[in-house]
Design a protein around this ligand. Structure first.
Ligand code: HEC
Length: 503
């Protein structure tokens, strides 16, 4: 939405649809607030709150921030953006009512149809006319794509010199990791508000953009580079795009076998299976959509005994490990037969989507952080036995390693010790080191260089930084100040589906 052309037209579109569905459904308490919204906010956030020059203000999209933060944005505005302070225009009570109104689910939520997706599509460069080789001197497989969540920018970093090569504005609130074409030339982003963009890392230019929905979770790129599949919360569906130019192929409503509509939690690509695997939020099903040959993208339904909306795969993509409350933790599903083969006792709320695997004594093992308890669960991927629970200083979110590193890095993302990161010895399964890169500030996501010699850690703070470490000596090599750098993605590690990175 930061690309002015599309923003303006979208805002205009929203203005035309002034009769809001919310008006018909909200109770009368909201009518004064709604009137204020139309008076002061519609021009940027859209009559149906689906976004324009400003982001969507639907409960789904506001889920990423807490109510006090939304209230602060309205009263004080946001620095370096068009979001102005409203504290002199609206009373404290009016702002409070506004926040309540924005977070209230809408009975008749705005819709987004294929025609809207088609109308939003824009080609921003003629890909065929661009040079096919990198127009920079850095190693194209050792670039890092760094998402700056605080400023809605992306930095492309040279992974040998650790110097920024270029920086550009992204759509508001990128969500889910960016994904790459198999050759590493193109990177695809999804924003929370539903914008999918394609960027050329050889020429440092944006190729195309399309809005696929009102609230998007993430996207996946097929291993043959032909397709992009995005998964949405609003509307609950999958949207298939041509990876060349992001034109719409089709949208697929995600309705369970029993007729229940479902939101999509995440989409993944499973390279050895030539398929996309889809996690559904409101249905006990996992979908597999093959893209081999001439695909019809008709889903194969794998029926679970529970919601299977957070999962990971074994290195060969034969098995899926899913979080399941009914199974007291985790469940293993054989993707070939569709059968659940065993339950795994995992306490708390394991975050399997961030889990990683490595080899220990010649066996594949898998480790997952836990977002409700301070522990890392380690499993044997052959026997499915729990090998160890490693206590940490608090609940974590991300894990990363590299086949050349002896450590698995994990953060303490939540709670009072969020400044800490633990380095787990991959063989002894003990915490070997605990670092506190910037005391008092959240140390989070780590990503290795393609050769595993160095890694970059994010300090997730408005006055945060990227910190580069030597992966072996653990010495700090460089510190680049940055506003809330969230994820960083190494092109080579990502396209190789390297051991130690999550998917
Ligand atoms: C001139 C355009 C404009 C107007 C008018 C405007 N906003 Fe915004 N608003 C923005 C932009 C742009 C952002 C994103 C700022 C940023 O980069 O963080 C934003 C952000 C927000 C956010 C934070 C959303 C998030 O997900 O972080 C809230 C809440 C919000 N606006 C509410 C309102 C309300 C309520 C009104 C009317 C009283 C209003 N805005 C009027 C442009 C506008």
């Amino acid at each position: 939405m930061r690309i002015t052309l599309s923003l303006k037209s979208l805002a205009a579109l929203s203005l035309l649809g002034l009769a809001t569905s919310a008006a018909a459904s909200t109770d009368s308490d909201f009518s004064a607030t709604e009137h204020l919204y139309q008076q002061h906010c519609t021009v940027c956030h859209g009559a149906q709150r689906i976004g324009g020059t400003g982001p969507a203000l639907l409960p789904e999209s506001l889920g990423r921030i807490k109510k006090p933060e939304a209230s602060k944005a309205i009263s004080e505005g946001r620095p370096a953006s068009q979001m102005a302070a409203f504290q002199d225009i609206l009373s404290v009570e009016q702002i409070e009512n506004m926040v309540a109104y924005l977070y209230t689910p809408i009975d008749n939520p705005p819709t987004w149809q294929d025609s809207d997706t088609r109308a939003s599509h824009r080609l921003l460069a003629d890909q065929g006319a661009l040079p096919e080789t990198p127009q920079h001197n850095a190693d194209p497989l050792n670039l890092f794509v760094v998402v700056e969540a605080g400023t809605h920018h992306v930095t492309i970093l040279d992974g040998d010199k650790f110097e920024p090569l270029t920086r550009f504005q992204s759509h508001f609130a990128l969500h889910g990791g960016p994904k790459f074409s198999p050759d590493g030339r193109f990177v695809y982003f999804a924003s929370r508000d539903g914008w999918v963009t394609k960027y050329d890392l050889h020429n440092f230019t944006m190729i195309a953009e399309t809005r696929v929905g009102l609230n998007t979770r993430n996207l996946a790129v097929s291993n043959d580079g032909r397709w992009v599949l995005a998964g949405n919360y609003l509307p609950g569906n999958l949207v298939l795009l041509n990876a060349d130019d992001l034109t719409l192929i089709k949208s697929i409503a995600t309705v369970g076998q029993d007729g229940t509509p479902s939101r999509v939690s995440a989409v993944y690509t499973a390279p050895p299976r030539d398929s996309f695997v889809v996690a559904l939020k409101d249905s006990h099903e996992v979908w597999e959509l093959s893209y081999a040959g001439t695909p019809d993208f008709i889903p194969r339904r794998i029926i679970g005994q529970d919601y299977l909306d957070d999962f990971s795969f074994t290195p060969d993509y034969r098995y899926l490990l899913a979080t399941s409350r009914k199974a007291h933790g985790g469940q293993v599903i054989d993707l070939d037969t569709g059968e659940s083969i065993t339950d795994i006792p995992l306490p708390g709320m394991p975050h399997l989507g961030s889990g990683i695997y490595w080899q220990r004594d010649g066996q594949w093992i898998f480790a997952t952080p836990n977002i409700s308890q301070g522990l890392i669960s380690v499993l044997d991927l052959k026997t499915w036995q729990l090998i160890k629970e490693i206590p940490t200083e608090g609940p974590g979110f991300f894990m990363r390693s590299h086949e050349n590193s002896k450590y698995a890095w994990t953060d303490v993302f939540f709670g009072p010790n969020q400044e800490a990161v633990h380095l787990i010895d991959k063989q002894t399964l003990e915490i070997a080191h605990t670092l506190r890169p910037m005391p008092g500030k959240n140390a989070a996501h780590v990503e290795f260089t393609n050769d595993g010699s160095h890694l970059i850690l994010s300090v997730w703070d408005t006055e945060g930084a990227l910190i580069v470490y030597d992966a072996n000596t653990l010495e700090e090599v460089k510190r680049i100040p940055m506003n809330k750098p969230s994820g960083k993605y190494n092109v080579g590690n990502k396209i190789e589906f390297a051991e130690g990175t999550s998917h």
